[in-house]
Design a protein around this ligand. Structure first.
Ligand code: EPU
Length: 419
């Protein structure tokens, strides 16, 4: 086991390169198993434990997977199993994408119930609704989702809630359905568009991803392709929050500024200077910031995955801020940790009411989940004194080389082994 030890109080300055998007990569890797011919060569796969976990799962199904730095080559022609049942499957959320991918390709899938961050109830009823509408029979058996169909037939599917996972999963299965499928009320996150683009590169016929309606004309087979994953909107947003909180001037490079508009807008409202320049965003902050109200919403709204780092930033911003977490019911575990560092935050149901204080003070804290971990790293970097963060395996699930990247900007973070 490892922990991070942070000596806080240093501004951040310089350039940071953003890696490929975790939540696109963890869908694109399972989608690659739908190629019955040729290999997929996928670039810009972030070096994080979640992508490595998915790679092992795909291998356990019989695919050949080879990683060379950030490029992963997948030959799925020899997949001989539709049963995903390893410990890795149970560990991570995105393993649910194997249901759509296997059901599409083999008309049969058995996938152990997915795990993931503990941020509230995480139902998959909309995924199941979509599979059933396409003609599959779905049951939960001995802790696994079992889906089967004689054939999949395209149809209109209206999602009752906007769900990233359900939109992608049903899009995967519908790629191999006979005729046309229309997904209404889909999620529009950048990674939805990226997965659709990847499927189209393999030979799928998907239009409208990123809009209110996704139209999928079913195809009979997919083949390997070359593809590069988009930059990570959430990693970029986290570094923007960190630069704003620590003060200094940071160029956040290799980003798509459009994907970051809701984050940039809030930072500007707080008094941070944001400049866009091609595929780079410069964040300049004096640390003298004013509090704002934030409500998390599906894209293009403010992302829930940035709510936790944002709470840290607001804890040292002037005045009262109110955060409204509208996506997940239990995504405030980081607040108890921030309170150990002196933050003045009260949680009432899905609201966090924050009274800004001058500064945090270093303490021993826990990374209770992935984005909570990022929030604590930022807290440690701004706090007076030493902060120790344990359970950092959560952070390693989604942020490649986090201490190295922050140290390059002037932070003082050490990773140490513990018993
Ligand atoms: N929901 C349902 N029924 C469903 C599916 C979702 O009611 O069948 C509800 C959820 O309970 C939640 C809301 O719909 O209240 C949104 O859930 P969504 O399905 O969009 O979330 P997800 O696909 O499980 C992905 C990301 C999360 C991110 C959310 C929202 C992956 C692997 N995970 O989860 O990322 O918070 O979308 O943007 O893509 C993270 O990266 O830290 C993370 C948790």
């Amino acid at each position: 086991m490892e922990k991070l030890i942070i000596d806080g109080g240093y501004p951040l300055n310089g350039d940071i390169e953003i890696s490929g998007a975790k939540n696109a990569a963890v869908a694109i890797l399972p989608a690659a198993i739908m190629a019955g011919k040729g290999s997929c060569v996928i670039d810009n796969i972030p070096d994080i434990s979640d992508t490595k976990c998915i790679e092992r799962i795909i291998e356990s199904l019989g695919a050949k997977v080879n990683r060379n730095n950030n490029t992963v080559t997948i030959d799925s022609t020899c997949i001989d199993s539709w049963d995903a049942n390893t410990e890795d499957v149970r560990k991570m959320r995105a393993s649910y994408y194997l249901i759509g991918a296997l059901l599409g390709r083999f008309k049969k899938a058995r996938v152990e119930m997915p795990g993931g961050c503990s941020i509230g109830v995480r139902p998959i009823d909309q995924h199941i609704k979509g599979f059933e509408a396409l003609g599959a029979k779905v049951k939960i058996e001995h802790g696994a989702v079992v889906a089967e169909a004689e054939k999949l037939v395209g149809t209109n599917i209206y999602f009752d809630v906007v769900s990233v996972g359900a939109t992608i999963n049903v899009m995967l299965a519908a790629t191999f359905a006979e005729g046309k499928t229309i997904l209404e009320n889909p999620a529009k996150e950048p990674h939805i568009v990226d997965v659709a683009n990847f499927l189209n590169s393999m030979g799928a016929d998907i239009k409208g991803a990123g809009t209110d309606e996704i139209k999928i004309n079913g195809v009979k087979e997919l083949k390997g392709c070359n593809y590069s994953v988009i930059p990570d909107q959430i990693e970029a947003g986290t570094y923007m929050m960190a630069a704003a909180a620590c003060g200094g001037k940071v160029n956040v490079n290799n980003v798509i500024p459009k994907h970051l508009e809701s984050i940039s807008a809030k930072l500007i409202e707080m008094g941070v200077k944001i400049t866009e320049n091609g595929d780079s965003i410069t964040v300049e902050s004096s640390r003298d910031l004013k509090g704002v109200n934030v409500k998390t919403l599906p894209y293009p709204g403010f992302p829930t995955d940035i709510q936790q780092p944002m709470t840290t930033l607001l804890s040292i911003s002037k005045g009262r801020s109110i955060v409204n977490e509208s996506i997940w019911e239990s995504r405030y575990k980081h607040v108890d940790e921030l309170k150990k560092m002196g933050a003045n935050i009260k949680v009432e149901n899905n609201l966090a009411i924050i009274e800004g204080i001058e500064n945090l003070s270093g303490a021993k804290v826990v990374a209770t989940d992935l984005r909570a971990g990022a929030a604590m790293v930022i807290a440690g970097m701004i706090a007076k004194g030493i902060t120790e963060i344990s359970s950092i395996e959560h952070i390693d699930r989604g942020y490649p080389h986090i201490e190295e990247k922050f140290n390059n900007l002037g932070a003082k973070i050490k990773r140490v082994k513990i018993d």
